[in-house]
Design a protein. Structure first.
Ligand code: 4AD
Ligand code: MG
Length: 480
């Protein structure tokens, strides 16, 4: 007997051939109907038991959460909600689940809050919502690779332990092998990192960009897709201390090419989800509709989940310069009525997520790419414009999310880069290898970073970034 997956069985025709299938019990009604799920699909397989012919002590162990194997054959379903079901001839209990203990967990069949599910993150993938989110996450990751591989990019693994601060923002987690209770000290009484494992100070990477640039200067088109770490104390529904970032980097691309790439890439991945994740998207769409019912009419979304994805696919991202955006924001209602927490007074202000969301959700009502930001509020590596005030930066802003992509054309001129680093107090010694790129065949090049979890948030319609990664790391929380 060939065991199969439920997703396959549900697509099969009724047959007299015996089948065998394993999964976890979602429910057992009337001592007759077992809803079995094996994770291959959001749908459960209905297994019908002729209880008069079964040993009672086996049936007693068919409880919510238990792992079982059923044998039987596939018949046309008499009930509603499925076309086929299994007429069970044999049940093997693989792993029991004590109902008294299950009652105390999120496996118990009632509505649990997302916060409660987070506390039991090791069990939450057994719920419909997390099963759907995590299957989508996996599919989206595949689509990311497919897009770049189809388009001639080389997948590059950048180091996780680095000595440099790619963003120059100082938000790094230290990596050290020193004994924290008794570290070696130098003559000034400071910790002597020369005696540490790597003989220098090291940290977890905040971005693979600088290393990706070196490889773009030889392979032409590269991308990274890996974990990145930020020790920023942002306790929001959009920030994680450990998140996955996708960073393409392309030689000879300018900022316009970079914007084209970001838009094309995002659209490809969204289309992939629509084409390949129908059942999970449908479930999440209905979940969202239910959730929205508890909100006042004015706060409810005008579009359902799949319409929102299609809308992004069908429309061009609106490209707007920072300067234009500041004008819009300055004259906007929430600014004039002092509704923004951070009022926009003048050119040069850093945009907060309330401003980004105003532009996207209220003003343009579509994804927006903002470009040419003030040099002062952006990282050292971005290319300085002729005006010497702005840099060739771009951020892609999404409805409900805010910034989903940050990128730029890179400063390829040796002298300009060097003086920018100096002005921003970035160690030339630590980044000499990065400066070298500008000495040996430098050229125009560009890239961006997309926060994978923010993409998963958008596609799944979930509201909190902690609910789209298996084990979220946030300030004060590294459980599991
Ligand atoms: O804008 P960021 O900081 O840009 C960079 O790191 C560049 N080196 C990328 C590049 O040009 N290669 O981060 C890029 C994206 C953001 O737009 C956001 O989507 C995501 O990474 N991101 C986070 N996601 C979750 N939690 C955080 N704390 C994040 N910080 C950034
Ligand atoms: Mg950014």
């Amino acid at each position: 007997m060939q065991p199969k997956e439920i997703i396959e069985l549900l697509r099969s025709e009724p047959s007299l051939h015996p089948v065998s299938i394993s999964g976890w019990v979602r429910s057992f009604r009337s001592n007759r109907f077992i809803a079995l799920n094996d994770g291959s699909t959001i749908k459960n397989l209905q297994c019908v038991v002729d209880f008069e012919n079964f040993e009672e002590d086996i049936l007693a162990k068919v409880t919510v959460g238990a792992a079982i194997q059923v044998e039987g054959h596939l018949v046309e379903s008499q009930g509603q909600g499925q076309t086929v079901e299994i007429q069970v001839s044999k049940i093997t209990i693989l792993g029991e689940a004590d109902p008294e203990e299950v009652k105390l967990t999120i496996l118990s069949p009632k509505r649990h809050t997302l916060e409660k599910l987070r506390e039991q993150a090791h069990l939450r993938v057994r719920t419909n919502t997390f099963g759907a989110v995590m299957r989508l996450r996996s599919k989206l990751a595949f689509a990311v690779h497919e897009y770049f591989q189809k388009n001639g990019f080389n997948y590059m693994h950048t180091p996780i332990i680095t000595g440099s601060d790619a963003e120059g923002a100082g938000e790094m987690f230290r990596v050290s092998g020193l004994d924290p209770k008794n570290p070696p000290l130098d003559e000034n009484g400071a910790i002597n990192y020369k005696e540490d494992f790597f003989g220098k100070e090291t940290n977890l990477t905040v971005s693979g960009q600088l290393e990706a640039e070196t490889y773009a200067m030889g392979l032409g088109k590269v991308y990274t897709f890996g974990p990145t770490f930020r020790a920023e104390n942002s306790n929001t529904s959009r920030h994680l201390a450990e998140f996955w970032m996708i960073e393409p980097e392309v030689a000879f691309n300018d900022l316009n090419d970079n914007m084209d790439l970001a838009e094309d890439f995002i659209k490809y991945v969204l289309q992939y989800a629509l084409d390949n994740c129908q059942d999970d998207l449908e479930f999440l769409e209905n979940r969202l509709l239910q959730e929205e019912k508890s909100k006042p009419q004015s706060e409810r979304s005008e579009m359902n989940l799949r319409d929102k994805l299609s809308f992004v696919l069908d429309n061009n991202f609106k490209r707007v310069s920072y300067t234009e955006a500041i004008d819009i924001l300055k004259n906007s209602k929430p600014n004039k009525k002092k509704k923004f927490k951070y009022l926009i007074e003048e050119w040069g202000a850093d945009l907060q997520s309330e401003h980004e969301r105003f532009l996207v959700e209220k003003h343009f009502k579509c994804p927006v790419i903002l470009f040419d930001y003030p040099a002062k509020i952006k990282a050292f590596y971005m290319r300085l414009n002729e005006d010497e005030k702005t840099v060739r930066a771009m951020d892609v802003l999404f409805p409900g999310i805010g910034e989903i992509v940050g990128g730029s054309q890179r400063e390829e001129r040796y002298d300009v880069l060097k003086s920018k680093m100096k002005a921003m107090d970035i160690s030339e010694e630590e980044l000499s290898w990065y400066l070298d790129l500008r000495k040996f065949g430098t050229c125009v090049h560009s890239g961006f970073g997309l926060g994978f979890e923010r993409l998963v948030l958008f596609v799944t319609g979930m509201g909190n970034i902690r609910d789209v990664i298996p084990y979220p790391r946030t300030p004060g929380n590294a459980d599991f």
